[in-house]
Write a protein that binds this ligand. Structure first.
Ligand code: C2E
Ligand code: CA
Ligand code: CA
Length: 457
């Protein structure tokens, strides 16, 4: 009897032990599964859900000195296209390592989107970004790749009240509202109202395209030698049904930010080609039409295909089309720019460098890109009469343009004195209010018949 009791007790102890082991194993497996669900497979960092959970606990723990930073890999798609998807994946892993390097005790890191990494840190946010930058650069040994790898950082400092989701949304808003030239942007309360306004503007711009509220105005380009109009620059105008006339500087940068510029510029390209062809059909003296191409348009679309399509659709000969690009654009993604502009140029389309003298004034891009025209920026032209240095710089630009067999055009010519000096310096073409402001197509037509040489001194 006693033996039976001992056996039963032993069996129960064993059973309880086995049960406890089974429960522990199940719990461990569950925990591991949960861990899998909270982690990003590729980088091993917390994923979005995991980051939010950990972030919530950290904030509930009562820490107030925290900031949330989101690092957004810039143009990952382009990196994939240029270097292949494997290198794109490497870049993702490098970002993950760089964010993790910055992390100190109590900080939380995560991959919160395909190309977004988050850091909830007790460190000063700007210092954290600086450390991230140097960690990132130190990890990329391929110079070509390093040139293409960029990021934007959105920062929101914890105010002691927000929950993790609000904090995240605010940091994310900094990325949505960023200006292309700002690498780091910090949340300010006015961003929320601007975001609402921008959303409205975005849908208004799409309506404007659909309802035909955009119009191209044209500004003549005049030959110093003959006084003839050799070309016109197409400049967009928005006739807003309520706000009235909106100048391009007020909506083009936003259209770039919203990604709508590609549609606007495509419309502009076709409309300008069509107008130019129509003037020819009407029997007016043939002129070249030039179209501005934004950097975003260049980065996001196949500009060569758009140009071919516009020429085919309208029947305009390539020699009557000119594409204006800025220096900054030519400096970004140089290899691709050289290739695409080279292809466009070989169609017989002219290429001009806009706003020369304002950006880096890169001589290297002048060597590699087949520019036909150099447009001297208005900022140099406007104080030509008073400023000896501007005069010398302009003279040097003209000499350089000639040496490189380009035509040199002076922008923003407003006075006869400026025109006289530019003629003396040896400019080929002039554009500015002295000759004409940008005008609707119907008003430019009369000018195409009447020469403007009376204005040239
Ligand atoms: P931009 O390409 O440098 O165009 C020249 C600007 O200078 C135009 O301003 C023109 O009206 C102005 N301008 C011309 N002559 C004079 C002058 O004598 N004095 C002064 N003060 N200004 C003069 P606008 O039309 O307001 O265009 C501003 C900018 O917007 C353009 O600068 C261009 O970068 C951009 N833009 C205009 N249309 C388009 C477009 O269809 N697509 C794209 N992507 N950008 C455009
Ligand atoms: Ca221009
Ligand atoms: Ca310009």
């Amino acid at each position: 009897m006693e033996t039976a009791i001992i056996v039963i007790s032993l069996l129960s102890v064993l059973l309880v032990g086995a049960l406890a082991f089974a429960v522990r194993t199940i719990l461990k497996m569950k925990k591991e599964r949960l861990r899998d669900l909270e982690h990003d497979e590729m980088t091993g960092l917390l994923n979005r859900d995991g980051f939010m959970l950990a972030g919530r606990s950290a904030l509930m723990g009562g820490r107030r000195d925290m900031s949330l930073i989101i690092f957004d890999v810039d143009r990952l798609g382009l990196i994939n296209t240029l270097f292949g998807a494997e290198r794109g994946d490497d870049v993702i892993r490098i970002f993950a390592r760089a964010v993790d390097t910055v992390k100190s005790d109590g900080d939380i890191t995560g991959r919160v989107n395909t190309d977004d990494f988050a850091l909830l840190t007790g460190m000063d946010a700007r210092t954290a970004v600086e450390r991230f930058e140097s960690a990132l650069r130190g990890m990329i040994d391929d110079r070509e790749l390093s040139e293409q790898v960029n990021y934007f950082a959105g920062i929101c400092r914890y105010d002691g009240h927000d929950d993790i989701y609000t904090l995240y949304n605010k940091a994310n808003l900094c990325l949505l509202m960023r200006r292309d030239n700002l690498r780091v942007s910090e949340f300010t309360p006015d961003m929320e109202s601007r975001m609402v306004e921008n959303e409205l503007l975005r849908s208004e711009m799409l309506d404007a395209l659909r309802l035909g509220q955009f119009e191209l105005y044209y500004q003549p380009k005049v030959s110093f030698k003959t006084g003839d109009i050799l070309g016109v620059e197409a400049l967009i105008r928005w006739h807003h049904p309520v706000k009235g006339f909106i100048p391009p500087c007020d909506f083009i940068p936003l259209a770039e930010q919203f990604g709508i510029i590609t549609q606007i510029d495509e419309w502009g390209l076709i409309t300008a080609c069509l107008q130019c062809k129509q003037w020819q059909v009407q029997g007016l003296p043939p002129v070249k039409v030039s179209v501005n191409m934004s950097q975003a348009q260049f980065a996001r679309t196949d500009v060569y295909a758009s140009v071919v399509k516009a020429l085919e659709m309208t029947g305009l000969e390539p020699k009557y089309l000119e594409i204006e690009v800025t220096e900054t654009m030519a400096m970004t993604d140089v290899d691709r720019t050289v290739e695409v502009l080279g292809k466009i140029h070989s169609l017989g389309v002219s290429i001009s460098m806009d706003d020369f003298g304002t950006g880096y004034s890169s001589l290297a891009s002048l060597k590699t890109i087949p520019f036909d025209v150099l447009k001297i920026d208005r900022s140099l032209v406007c104080d030509l009469s008073e400023n000896d240095t501007s005069r010398r710089i302009t003279g040097a630009i003209v000499a350089m343009g000639k040496a490189l067999r380009m035509d040199v055009l002076a922008e923003g010519v407003e006075t006869r004195e400026q025109s006289r000096l530019l003629g003396e310096i040896g400019c080929d073409l002039a554009q500015g209010y002295l000759f004409s402001k940008p005008m609707p197509a119907s008003e430019i037509e009369t000018m195409l018949i009447l020469p403007l040489n009376a204005k040239l001194v």
